[in-house]
Write a protein that binds this ligand. Structure first.
Ligand SMILES: Cc1cc2nc3c(=O)[nH]c(=O)nc-3n(C[C@H](O)[C@H](O)[C@H](O)COP(=O)(O)OP(=O)(O)OC[C@H]3O[C@@H](n4cnc5c(N)ncnc54)[C@H](O)[C@@H]3O)c2cc1C
Length: 476
């Protein structure tokens, strides 16, 4: 089939958070002629699932008298990563982040800065009414009004370069047509490779098929096309990891992460201070070190009753608020028993048998933990004494958990202008990348103190990429 040829000044590949933000800047603000390619029927990507984004010194923080200084948070990001991050890239991101909140507020979105975990200081997680879905709707509407050609169900397949190595366009496929879109600049924002098992195995040595993806199964198209166009890579093999997580119904997953439950591995041993569940990225790291990366959240009838009658302690962001009563928990646990993912038993011996360990081993773990509760001191992991609740009231419950991940992070090497770099660290003329397709802004573990950096980086890097792509296109 002969491809149909289109012309544009900029092609944006992917209409998630990064792509939509880039499209609004390039058209509504800079007046360029833009084509956006979106593989799915709907825009928004994983960004629709986000609750909030990171920002420092925003208008919202100022109104709420939250002291969140860019300099301090930038240093915190660098130190958390042992200075493995691209310092200039992080600086550019953090400097833009406050302005991005104002930019979105001016489009009608309403924000609150809320804690991701108790006593979080400073508050940086800017949650918008309606979540990422509302943001995507607002941005898509603005794209339409500004004349963006939004081609849905159209996947970019190849980035075209000219003889001098600069960008000349994109080849894309839709259901009934092939497209060749000529453009001086391309912005890649395809959201990573969480659905591509081959790439996961190649880049993430700890990957196993038991780890489940809570986001969309993106295939790494942007990364692969960039590599083919001569891009270098950076920060491959980072997962936005989370755990212990439950692959079944949500309420069982919520109770499994309560801080007063007890987490044991396949050997029946505790492996972490369970309060770490407040930072489920770091507890995800602890879990991936365990045999088969499996854990069991254990609790007793008293804890279950409290969750049902008085409400949960931890909460899951704004989706399930702390204090929510899981009134249907009994029914949901029973459903999961039928699936073989939960066990309810009159004795710990039965639970041990289900896990596949000697009853004496689990008994020793529970006896030791109960003794810590009686003493008010966890001699093993110094768990906060407020959550030391002895497990002595049958029936006993065990929920089988695994690590999960929301998306991959990293891949295409960029500089602080979001220019894609080649193997000599030189920008490939006209090629930009944004969002989780890129590397250099996150090391191995998501920094929970800077909550909302993934979505935050997508929105900010999308804006910055479009500003620089515009400059490039107009100068050429
Ligand atoms: C359940 C959940 C909750 C989350 N909550 C938060 C949160 O509160 N805060 C936070 O910071 N992060 C959160 N995240 C992560 C965050 O939402 C995303 O990682 C981030 O927003 C990704 O943005 P992106 O633009 O890079 O990719 P996406 O938003 O995923 O967009 C990529 C787009 O590219 C399209 N695409 C792919 N290949 C092609 C192709 N070949 N051609 C054309 N289009 C293509 C995809 O269909 C998609 O629409 C959450 C993730 C999940 C799953």
């Amino acid at each position: 089939m002969n491809p149909e040829t289109l012309e544009a000044q900029v092609v944006i590949v992917g209409a998630g958070g990064a792509g939509l933000a880039a499209a609004v800047v390039a058209t509504a603000e800079k007046g360029l002629d833009v084509v956006v390619l979106e593989k799915r029927r709907k825009t928004g990507g994983n960004s629709t699932m986000a609750e909030g984004l990171f920002a420092a010194e925003s208008v919202v923080q100022k109104r709420m008298k939250v002291d969140a200084r860019r300099d301090e948070l930038w240093r915190l990001a660098m130190e958390y990563s042992h200075w493995k991050l691209n310092a200039r890239l992080w600086r550019t991101f953090i400097d833009k982040s406050g302005d991005t909140i104002e930019w979105l507020e001016n489009k009608g979105l309403k924000f609150k800065v809320v804690p991701l975990f108790p006593n979080q200081v400073p508050l940086v997680w800017h949650c918008m009414e309606g979540g990422g879905t509302a943001t995507a709707k607002v941005l898509e509407k603005e794209c339409a009004a500004a004349g963006v050609r939004m081609l849905k169900e159209t996947a970019a397949r190849k980035i075209l370069t000219d003889r001098k190595g600069g960008i000349s366009g994109v080849i894309a496929s839709a259901k009934n047509r092939e497209l060749k879109i000529m453009a001086k600049s391309v912005i890649i924002a395809t959201g990573g490779y969480a659905g591509n098992k081959e790439l996961l195995k190649k880049y993430y040595p700890d990957y196993s098929e038991d780890m489940f993806c809570r986001g969309l199964p993106h295939m790494g198209d942007g990364l692969l096309m960039a590599i083919e166009a001569g891009a270098a890579t950076e920060g491959l093999g980072i997962l936005q990891l989370s755990g212990p997580n439950f692959p079944g119904n949500r309420d069982c997953g919520v109770v499994a992460q309560e801080p007063n439950t007890v987490w044991v591995n396949k050997r029946g041993e505790r492996f972490v201070d369970e309060v770490m569940g407040y930072n489920h990225w770091e507890s995800g790291n602890a879990l991936t070190r365990q045999p088969e990366k499996i854990s069991y959240s254990l609790f007793d009838e008293r804890i279950k009753q409290r969750v049902t009658d008085e409400g949960i302690i931890k909460g899951w962001g704004l989706r399930v608020l702390s204090g929510t009563k899981l009134t249907d928990l009994d029914k949901k646990l029973q459903m999961e028993v039928a699936e073989g993912r939960v066990r309810i038993a009159g004795s710990w011996d039965e639970i041990a048998e289900w896990i596949g360990i000697k009853p004496a081993v689990l008994k020793a773990t529970i006896d030791e933990y109960n003794a810590f509760c009686d003493d008010g001191y966890d001699r093993l992991f110094a768990k906060d004494r407020r959550y030391l609740d002895a497990l002595r009231t049958p029936p006993y419950y065990a929920i089988r958990c695994q690590p999960s991940f929301m998306s991959t992070i990293g891949g295409i090497k960029i500089n602080h202008r979001m220019e894609v770099l080649d193997h000599q660290d030189n920008p490939i003329p006209g090629l930009y990348a944004a969002g989780v397709d890129t590397g250099g802004w996150e090391t191995d573990t998501y920094n929970a103190i800077l909550s909302g950096t993934t979505y935050g980086f997508s929105m900010n890097s999308g804006r910055i990429a479009a500003e620089n792509a515009t400059e490039y296109v107009l100068e050429k």
